[in-house]
Design a protein around this ligand. Structure first.
Ligand code: GLU
Length: 369
């Protein structure tokens, strides 16, 4: 009897445990509604004309949700920090946008398998990098070295005028003669300026004038070489000052980035003056209207803009200086992660991922995964 009671108790405990375990087990049964946090950041999350969400990450999530047979609702957040908060506070079951996997985030969250190769890169305006065209030329003329050389030019033109005029003024048809003294002076200035530019329009008649002319022709040769060297140096310095090819060139410049992003954290680390905006479009506007001299952001996001809306206006500068991966974000220990991972890998194996990649990114660029 006692044996029977003991067995029954064990049996009851076993049943109770299995019921308890079921209640605790993967809470997300098939068909359950998930809340998915996201934020607009083209081309990963875009706002379509009808107000709905689109973009690579949204379409990828739709593929995964269909495969997992789960229903979901999107909730939108204004920046990455808010995306992380939504998952941390269980307001959302997961977040998908352009979220970089970092060591710091991994401490408090779980990430899916990498869903996209990304990394930090710099973007500048197109002319800032090339300094060509009229804008570049005007900029160069405004350089102090060039203004100084124009001053020297005027001084050098005027310097021999009184001498040559005094020596040659009485000579018949000379370079310094004129109907009036003013006319004679004017001709002397003309002669001096032309000789300095190595194009002497005529030669003095008196021996002293000839001597002065020879000296002045040599001064002209020296001046032209000096002029050429100074202009070349001024152009080079201007180009060096303005070319941005890597993070080291960002020090002392105003750099736009998105709030709470890995780009913002990077700029903070380097003590670079950052303009943090919610939407990446605001960073593009700040760059184009000169409020910022560069953007630090996610390479695929920047490259997409450079080849679409910002084509001809902006360009990326230098290569990716910090490689990163995007992942889908879950709370730490989430039971969803494994299923989403399996589904993501299935999408990669089936070619569905590749199809989406092709749709959103140029087919000729190398595949991300
Ligand atoms: N990849 C960036 C990050 O996770 C986010 C870019 C953005 O959405 O602003 O920090």
């Amino acid at each position: 009897m006692t044996k029977f009671i003991r067995l029954s108790v064990l049996f009851l405990i076993a049943i109770g445990w299995s019921g308890f375990a079921q209640a605790q087990a993967p809470a997300r049964a098939q068909g359950q509604r998930l809340t998915v946090a996201t934020r607009v950041i083209a081309p990963f999350v875009t706002r379509e004309a009808d107000g709905s969400l689109g973009g690579f990450s949204i379409e990828l999530w739709r593929v995964l949700a269909r495969d997992l047979n789960v229903n979901f609702d999107f909730i939108e957040k204004p920046n990455v920090t808010e995306l992380l908060n939504a998952v941390a506070s269980n307001q959302a079951d997961l977040a998908i946008a352009a979220i970089s996997v970092t060591a710091d985030r991994e401490k408090s969250f779980d990430f899916s398998q990498p869903m996209f190769d990304a990394g930090l890169q710099i973007m500048t305006t197109a002319e800032r990098a090339q300094q060509g065209g009229l804008a570049g030329f005007i900029n160069m003329i405004k350089s102090p070295a060039l203004l100084e050389i124009f001053g020297i030019l005027i001084a050098l033109i005027l310097l021999p005028v009184p001498f040559i005029w005094w020596i040659e003024r009485r000579q018949e048809n000379s370079i310094a003669s004129g109907k009036t003294a003013v006319g004679g002076l004017f001709n002397s200035v003309w002669w001096s300026a032309s000789t300095l530019g190595a194009q002497a329009p005529g030669m003095p008649i008196s021996p002293l004038g000839k001597f002065l002319a020879v000296v002045w022709m040599f001064v002209g040769v020296l001046f032209v070489s000096y002029f050429t060297a100074t202009v070349t140096a001024a152009i080079t310095v201007k180009q060096l000052e303005q070319s941005i090819t890597g993070p080291q060139d960002l020090v002392g410049k105003k750099v736009a980035t998105t709030i709470g992003s890995t780009g913002a954290a990077y700029l903070r680390q380097l003590n670079i003056d950052a303009l943090e905006v919610a939407q990446i479009e605001q960073a593009y506007a700040a760059l184009l209207d000169g409020q910022a001299q560069a953007i630090v952001g996610d390479a695929p996001v920047l490259l997409y803009y450079a080849s679409h809306g910002g084509k001809g206006k902006v360009q990326t500068a230098g290569a990716i200086f910090r490689p990163e991966n995007y992942g889908i974000l879950f709370s730490s220990g989430s039971d969803l992660r494994k299923r989403v991972n399996e589904s993501l890998l299935r999408a990669k194996e089936s070619g569905e991922y590749r199809g989406l990649y092709r749709k959103w990114f140029a087919p000729e660029t190398s595949d991300a995964n």
